[in-house]
Structures are given as C-alpha cells and as structure tokens.
Design a protein. Sequence first.
Length: 341
Amino acid sequence: MSTIVLINTSYPDKDSNSYTKLSIPLGLLSISSPLISAGFEVILIDPQIEKDYIKKIEIALKEPPLFVGMTVFMGSNILNALNLSKFIKSIDARIPIVWGGPLATSSPEICFNHSPVDYIVMGMGEKEVIKVAQKIEQGKPLNSLANVSYKDNNTIHKKPIYNFCGDIDSLEYPDLTMWKRGIYQLNYIPILTSRGCPRNCSFCYNNTFTGRKKWYGRSMQNVLNEMSFWGNYFNKKSFHFIDDNFLVNTKRACHILKESIARNYQIDQILGHLNDFKPEILNLITGYIHHIGFSIESASYKIQKLLNKIIDLEKAFGILEYFSKNNVQVITTNFMFGLPT
Ligand code: SF4
C-alpha cells in the first residue's frame, strides 16, 4: 500500500503567546478520508501534538512516501510550510511536495518562486488529491490534471481553481480518527456544516478558494448524521460549528440548532455575518451558545467600502449589547489594521 504523509503546518512558534488552543487541520483531515477510501495509507503529523515531530517526519520519510502534503494559508503557517518543505527536500529531494489551501491557491506563483513545492492543488482538494496520488504512484506526469499547478524547469503552469459542482453531502466526513489526540485536547468536535460564502468581501479567501459568492451548505440531515457519528465515536456531546458563516441560510441554521437542542448537544461556538443574526436565530442561540463571533473589520465607512463589507455600526453595538445582557460568555469581533486608504 502506498503511503502519503500529511503535515499540519499551522502551529505556533515556540516563543509566541498564541491564545488559541489548537488549530484544527481540517483540510488535511478532509483529504485523508478519500485518500484512505481510495486505498492509500495516510500518516498525519501534527507538530502541535507531536513534541518530537522532526523525528516523526524523519521516520515517516525513511520509506519515501508518494508525496508530502501541506495546507498553506496566511500567517506563521507560511514560514512553517516553507521550512518543513526545505527540510524534507534536504532529506530526499525526490519526494514530491504538494501544497493546497487558500494561500497556495490564490498565489501559486509566489509559492513556486519562493519554496521547493512541486505541485499545488487549486481549491477544494478532496477529488483532485486522489488523482495526484494515483499519477505519482503510476509514475505518470501530473501535467494533464485540470486543477494542479506545477513548475516545469523555470516555467510555472498555473491551472484553474477547482470548481465544485457536485453534491456537497456526497463528500466524506473529515477523518477525525487521524487526529484523536487533538479532539481529546479540544474536548469538542469541530463540524464544518458549509463551505464558502455568498458575500463578496474583497479580502476573503473564499473568493478564490471556494469561488466568488459561492456557498455550499450541507443538508441538515447530513450535518446531524455527522454529529451523531462523531459524538458516538468520541463519546462527546460538545460541538463547534467552524463554518466561516454558519448563518447564511436561516432556515437550515434554525433546523440544525433546534435539533441540536432536542438532542441535548452542547454547541459552544458559531460564527456568522452580523446581518445574518436574524431574530429567529437570536431566539435560538440566546442562553444556549457560549461563544458567538462576527467580524466588524473597520469602523471607517471608507475602509468598509474598500473591503466591500459594509457593517452597520449601530446594529453591531446593539447586538453586542444584546449578547452581553443575555450572558453570552465569549463574544468575538475581528478588526483589521494597516489597510491602505
Ligand atoms: S462575510 Fe466573512 S466569509 Fe463571507 S465573504 Fe465576507 S469575510 Fe468572507
């Protein structure tokens, strides 16, 4: 059986004071499921959890894998991906390195020009990664793959971003069994109920990665089945909805919340756009969900226009006050600084 090594590149520098508990390698877990179903062995290495991850990587590479895969996005993650890729090439330059994720998808040229990455899967990777593994296993070139960019000598061949057009419910659940220690440390189960966003904020990775204004919501039944599946597996009733915008479809969100309440599930977090906190949503989440998040980004109308994200500040203050009065324990709002004017 051919092996693929996946490395979570999202981990804090040892000197940093990161306030987040653990970064969930959901992209890697999402591609693990179809790879395993297609008959490949997957080794996941997470430096957040494996203290001696360098040794673990060295052991995993003793028998060269088909490729080493990483998710690359903004932040310290880029440096980690770069350093790990160089390290892997220093062990065995023949091992292909495959990147995916928002940054690699939106800026493949930068990635190819500044790192030893061999291939970049453009956009959602569940389907394309199987073809990558099969081609490498068969010793065939990857240049015929529709959504995999590559560098040939000094020429970058940039391919279009994968355009998902199937049934989102047909995708396998992320393989959380690959990350058991993470789940036990988090003490909750992360659930991604949707992908993308129908809004069009100019800075958002969804515009490139998932497609401009595209939103794929899983059906209520599919989401609840996954909650039930992992809840039973890990013997937990605590979940976080980690969607960028859980509230896009009010009816769907209300159904999922109502059924979660009926099942006595504890939902610890939802994130949504301010305008999507409709009265029926507020009724359901008040007193039920401890952590609610939405982003303001900027109080300047000029900057908001630049970001294509107009936020009604009066409404934002009103909802913050409402959550505070109703004992929401954690309210997160994000702001951006340093934007050009
Ligand atoms: S509302 Fe949030 S998820 Fe949607 S496009 Fe804007 S930043 Fe992205």
